[in-house]
Design a binder for this molecule. Structure first.
Ligand code: ADP
Ligand code: MG
Length: 273
């Protein structure tokens, strides 16, 4: 019942004119709303992420940041609105019907997600954590997958640990492997949900530095973070969510030095103290 209603309402949004979207957007979100138990946690969210851009999402706990990220790759289904990834609508096909599972999987695979809690497979070593999905989902050969995995492990500074098991790694090392694992699926957009929040303070820097390197390489990324200095340094655009509403989106200079809302000014003051 819930699913059917959701699909119908999502389908109804087909009326949003395509011309309103930029063809070049890596992610285009229009009029996105989502409720849990009758409480609206995302309210009419509009967001464009251009190819190669880094967008950081800031906001207090419970403001809807994770839900927004999870809607982008359909881990949560929106109640209303549309999300396009690389110009392709996710979750709903051209006829306005729910996407067949296989097609949905293909669109979802255009994004890669890194969670706060790493989620590495404990029974696989580092190399095999990275090659598992490319072999079994993309159908790559073992040789191909391992060669690519080794390049990615090099990129995140984890080559020396290729044979190690996750339980022997620090949190920062696990997160760097998780990043390599997501990159191995060659996503067009990387989504990070508080990638450093579970780390001891001395391990935060190594993970942020890997993400910063990726941004320099031109990866398109949407990052939920509480690291203000990082957000300021790495973002093309900073988005602030407050109770499910985007109340501010601006370039980092403007956002951090001259925010237009009292709410953001207060938030930044609190973060500084
Ligand atoms: P943030 O990531 O900014 O802390 P979330 O997106 O996780 O916020 O959550 C926004 C609100 O939605 C919170 O009030 C949270 O309790 C609620 N929420 C999130 N996921 C669920 C869910 N699966 N079921 C019910 N409520 C949820
Ligand atoms: Mg969250």
């Amino acid at each position: 019942m819930f699913e059917k209603n959701t699909s119908e309402r999502v389908g109804a949004e087909q009326t949003v004119p395509d011309a309103a979207r930029s063809e070049q957007a890596a992610v285009s979100i229009r009029h996105l709303s989502k409720s849990f138990d009758g409480v609206e946690v995302l309210r009419d969210v509009d967001l464009e992420v251009r190819e190669g851009d880094v967008v950081t999402i800031l906001g207090s706990s419970g403001s809807g940041k994770s839900t927004l990220l999870r809607c982008i790759n359909w881990l949560e289904q929106p109640d209303r609105g549309s999300i396009h990834i690389g110009g392709q609508r996710i979750g709903v096909n051209d006829a306005g019907r729910p996407m067949p599972v296989r097609e949905l999987a293909r669109v979802r695979a255009r994004t890669g997600m890194v969670f706060q809690s790493f989620n590495l497979w404990p029974h696989l070593n580092v190399l095999h954590n990275v090659t598992e999905a490319p072999i079994h989902v993309l159908g790559k050969s073992k040789t191909q997958a391992e060669a690519h995995a080794r390049e990615l492990l090099e990129k995140v500074g984890m080559s020396p640990k290729a044979d190690a098991y996750p339980s022997t790694l620090s949190g920062g090392q696990k997160q760097r492997v998780a990043i390599a694992r997501a990159l191995a699926m060659q996503p067009e957009v990387m989504l990070f949900d508080e990638p450093t929040s579970a780390l001891d303070p001395e391990l935060v820097g190594e993970v942020l530095s890997v993400i910063r390197d990726l941004s320099a390489e031109g990866y398109t990324m949407v990052i939920v973070t509480h690291e203000m200095a990082f957000s300021r340094a790495v973002s093309d655009k900073v988005v602030f969510l407050d109770k499910g509403l985007i109340i501010e989106q601006a370039d980092p200079e403007t956002f951090f030095t001259n925010p237009s809302t009292e709410r953001v000014r207060k938030f930044l003051e609190r973060e500084e103290s």
